[in-house]
Design a protein around this ligand. Sequence first.
Ligand SMILES: Cc1cc2nc3c(=O)[nH]c(=O)nc-3n(C[C@H](O)[C@H](O)[C@H](O)COP(=O)(O)OP(=O)(O)OC[C@H]3O[C@@H](n4cnc5c(N)ncnc54)[C@H](O)[C@@H]3O)c2cc1C
Length: 412
Amino acid sequence: MKQLVVLGAGTAGTIAVNKLLPRLAPGEWKITMVDQSPDHIYQPGFLFIPFGTYQPAEVVKPKEQFIPAGVELVLAEVDRVDAEANVVRLVAGRELAYDYLIIASGTTPRPDQTPGMDDPEVWRKSVHEFYTLEGATALHEALEAFTGGRLVVHITEMPIKCPVAPLEFTFLADAYFKERGIRDQVELIYVTPLEGAFTKPVCSTKLGGMLDVRQITLEPDFMIERVDAAARMIVSMDEREIPFDLLVTVPLNMGADFVARSGLGNELNYVPVDKHTLLSKAYDNIFAIGDASDIPASKAGSVAHFSMDLFPENFLNHVAGRPMTAMFDGHANCFIESGDGKGLLIDFNYTTEPMPGKYPLPGVGPFTLLAETQTNHWGKLMFRWMYWNLLLPGKDLPLPALMSMAGKRTEG
Ligand SMILES: Cc1cc2nc3c(=O)[nH]c(=O)nc-3n(C[C@H](O)[C@H](O)[C@H](O)COP(=O)(O)OP(=O)(O)OC[C@H]3O[C@@H](n4cnc5c(N)ncnc54)[C@H](O)[C@@H]3O)c2cc1C
């Protein structure tokens, strides 16, 4: 019997197993998943917890609920992969031999990587983040207690998962303070290492304009050197200083440490893979999927979903010694909350920037690309139900895995 081991039972690992299992010959495969946590967390919900829209309990469900019968879920931390011996070692001492390995261990925020950021004097007091459940929950209390001053929203370095999330947080903060009647007492500053509001030029111009309209100051090209906890400011490599009363940062995002310990990662612990097939560049029996890989696409659940639509066919061909023919194109789409019950939607891939138009039905929508609508906002909220009920269980959605130009317009 062939052994398939999957490291990480988050978004990508769970979708992969649910899509793959029905296509494997019965009795020929043993699938084992390893994850350090019994909880599956709907991470897009982190955006709404600071503003009290979602409660923490609304974004957590047991992982077991989404793992198909016949697949073993081992709750343990991965210590390392011995890729020469085809063995995974767990921290508790157990070893798992594999014929094929899928690394799906995601990416996590690492405040420990920036001097001063996790200083106990300021961490979760005046310096917050919303990329973890604990962080988003603590930030909710901090926002409720905030009565005015300088709120700095900050990105440490790219890539980060859901690269639009800090912008969404900023738009929602603007709307939140307006609703509380204290917007005129809050100075909002958006600090990014990018040269504009976002990575893609057309989108960056659009989103930059939305910051302007809301009187949010954009501070581009800011490469942080340290957080000065005593002076309550962030300091850049080129010695710019930005003081804050409340800092909401996105710490450096990094792949799992076991990837580095195993000699399988790049400088940020992401596994180098072929960007179309997700096969490791170093080992012919290892794939890396979701945020754990180094593909130049957004680190997003939508990318995990679209790429996993193509993955089973490639996996089966590869195992049978045939060429992999399904070529992933980096397709991503992201709803962008813009506050006041509205949102945008962007749809793009490795080579095509977000463009205006309608999605998913050309000319009809119901979602509008690159423009603020209420329907887009409802789409974002509806997505949580789709995630638990359709995406994670690996059900087929009427959305093409590869990006389509249908419904898109080239003019602005
Ligand atoms: C604030 C926020 C908002 C977001 N909004 C959106 C959005 O609107 N749309 C969108 O598409 N995406 C969004 N995302 C991104 C999306 O959640 C991720 O891209 C997606 O979850 C990636 O899936 P993954 O399986 O690669 O990683 P994860 O889902 O993070 O799963 C990784 C798993 O690996 C396990 N693991 C890691 N290390 C080890 C180890 N050493 N041993 C054992 N287990 C380990 C973890 O416990 C985890 O269960 C958002 C993310 C955040 C943080």
